[in-house]
Design a protein around this ligand. Structure first.
Ligand code: NDP
Length: 235
């Protein structure tokens, strides 16, 4: 196994924390960005808000100084502002797009500098089953997550010949703060549609991501990999 320098955005909790912990367990050098709190023990935590390009740039510079050039980047930070279309304000829409989609753009753009120089890179974007399946009450979130597929596939065409891969991981229902907020009725409804008949733990997403970053996955690019117990079959 080659040991890499990895940066995970939003690594202070939920799926991002699990991703960072899994990379650490596999012997990589790991940094996480956080607006608050800390990543897992052993990770370097740097402050960054993905809606602010200067803050993203400063975080990368700190990681590069302390751990070396970022070889694997996981754009995981994300938010929801769920509500039905007619009640969705411009702010509800643009805030979600600015964090989930433009945030990923800022992060991968900054990451690509070092990756191009090294002629190696792994870009992994955390999308959602909802990006391709759609979801009532999530026009903003679904649009942001679908957009990540366009980013990964365009990066694949633009940077593929330089040893850089770009893939999307599309989780289904994962037990984190984000899903804990959903009303019990909605959780039950989701469960009834999941062929695996259960929700997943963050580590089940993390292990797919560490595999995508591994030497074994070097010829996979522009893919959308579901981790959803079958919920989105047909993508
Ligand atoms: P959480 O709500 O538990 O964590 C979200 C993370 O994103 C936090 O670390 C948060 O930081 C960070 N974040 C939010 N806004 C910003 C910002 N502007 N700048 C920097 N960091 C920010 O979410 P999950 O762990 O559940 O989700 C992680 C990713 O997985 C998200 O992209 C989500 O859309 C996606 N996903 C989740 C699913 C699920 O079922 N849970 C299903 C499918 C996809 P802070 O604590 O500082 O706010």
């Amino acid at each position: 196994m080659t040991s890499r320098t990895v940066l995970v955005t939003g690594g202070n909790r939920g799926i991002g924390y699990a991703i960072a912990a899994e990379f650490l367990a596999q012997g990589h050098r790991v940094a996480v960005t956080a607006r608050s709190g800390e990543g897992p023990e052993g990770a370097l935590t740097v402050r960054a808000d993905v809606t602010d390009a200067a803050s993203v740039d400063a975080a990368f510079t700190e990681v590069e100084t302390k751990l070396g050039p970022v070889e694997v980047v996981v754009a995981n930070a994300g938010i929801t502002r769920d509500t039905l279309l007619l009640r969705m304000s411009d702010e509800d829409f643009t805030e979600v797009l600015d964090t989930n989609l433009s945030g990923a753009f800022r992060v991968v753009k900054r990451a690509s500098k070092g990756m191009l120089k090294a002629r190696f890179g792994r870009v992994i974007l955390v999308s959602s089953v909802v990006g391709l399946l759609g979801s009532a009450g999530q026009v903003n979130y679904a649009a942001s997550k679908a957009g990540l597929v366009g980013i990964a596939r365009s990066l694949t065409r633009e940077l593929g010949s330089r040893g850089i891969t770009a893939n999307v991981v599309a989780p289904g229902f994962i037990e984190t703060d984000m899903t804990a907020e959903l009303p019990e009725e909605q959780q039950k409804q989701y469960l009834s549609q999941i062929p695996a008949a259960r929700f997943a733990s963050p580590v089940e997403v993390a292990r797919v991501i560490t595999w995508l970053a591994s030497d074994d996955a070097g010829y996979i690019s522009g893919a959308v990999i579901p981790v959803d117990g079958g919920l989105g079959m047909g993508h």
